[in-house]
Design a protein around this ligand. Structure first.
Ligand code: ASP
Length: 305
């Protein structure tokens, strides 16, 4: 028995981009399921799936990450191992190709849970990661356009940024996440992101915070996407897995977590969950969220947007 489920970010995905999102999500599921089929681990499967999406410029993770207000890329990533609540994460890391692999090394090679900024980059160097520029010409052009619009308002005023997100929900889409359970019954979750457009330097979102954007327990695994400032405040993925532990099935746990978020902070979000029996939960309060999954016994990858 195994299941792997991925998301490619919540938001408003323009029609002309939908196909690329779906294909990218399916490629990620393929990479992860190859590992699970041959009795590999959920950890290896979610890492492999995320690496595929970090390399795909369609998504806001790794290459193709969105730019900060200053025009740089600062990436967050996290990986969670359900059997013992182990967790590894990086925040604000620059110029590497696969932040998810660095997050895993934080978990496996250090006594820490989260490395940020220059420390994360120094650790990447130590681990042999090569320099990689993740800024694509498309993201640079978007950044120039959005920054100009933003400068026409009051750029220090965060509520203005919220208004801008409302007008351009495409700001948010593209973070990637993967959750899996393997044939040994072990769960894992992984999430990787460039964050949100025009974020201030040093801003850290929900993705690398345990229980906010990424979490795994013996009951299941969860990864989220959306505006991190809201999800962090309610520990979104932990809340979802608490619903699972308390007896809800994966789909109802996902729906209840979004309801909870809507009631308390009301920000845009999407979530994916896999439970200990390999069932999936997928829900979002945004117009779109790309998802794809494969369960043991299915002939074809199921996907949607
Ligand atoms: N959750 C991410 C963040 O706030 C962004 C996203 O999911 O699109 O950093």
């Amino acid at each position: 028995m195994y299941t792997i489920l991925v998301h490619g970010g919540a938001g408003n995905i323009p029609e002309d981009k939908a196909q690329a999102h779906l294909e990218g999500a399916k490629e990620a599921v393929k990479a992860g399921s190859e590992i699970l089929k041959s009795d590999g681990s959920a950890m290896d499967a979610v890492e492999a799936a995320i690496k595929v999406m970090e390399d795909n410029p369609t998504f806001n993770a790794g290459t193709g990450s969105v730019l900060t207000f200053e025009g740089e890329v600062e990436m967050d990533a996290a990986i969670a191992y359900g059997p013992n609540l182990d967790f590894g994460a990086v925040a604000g890391v620059k110029n590497i190709r696969h932040p998810i692999s660095l997050a895993r090394l934080v978990m496996e090679k250090t006594d820490h849970v989260l490395l940020a900024g220059q420390g994360a980059n120094d650790f990447a160097k130590l681990m042999g990661f090569e320099y990689h520029d993740p800024i694509t010409p498309q993201r640079k052009a978007q950044w120039e356009k959005y920054r100009q619009e933003f400068m026409n308002g009051n750029y220090k005023d965060w509520p203005k940024l919220r208004e801008l997100f409302k007008e351009h929900p495409e700001f948010l889409h593209g973070t990637v996440g993967a959750v899996a359970i393997d044939s040994h019954g072990e769960t894992a979750a992984a999430t990787s992101t460039g964050g949100v457009f025009l974020k201030l330097l040093g801003r850290v979102g929900d993705t690398p915070i345990p229980g906010a954007g990424t979490y795994a327990t013996i009951e299941g695994a969860s990864s989220s996407t959306g505006l991190g400032e809201g999800m962090m405040r309610i520990l979104f993925t932990k809340t979802a897995l608490d619903f699972l532990r308390d007896g809800l099935d994966a789909q109802h746990a996902a729906e209840s977590a979004i309801n909870y978020l809507d009631n308390f902070v009301g920000t845009d979000a999407g979530i994916i969950i896999v439970d200990r029996n390999g069932n999936v939960g997928i829900h979002h309060n945004t117009p779109n969220m790309t998802w794809a999954y494969l369960k043991d016994g299915m002939n074809e990858i199921s996907c949607g947007i």
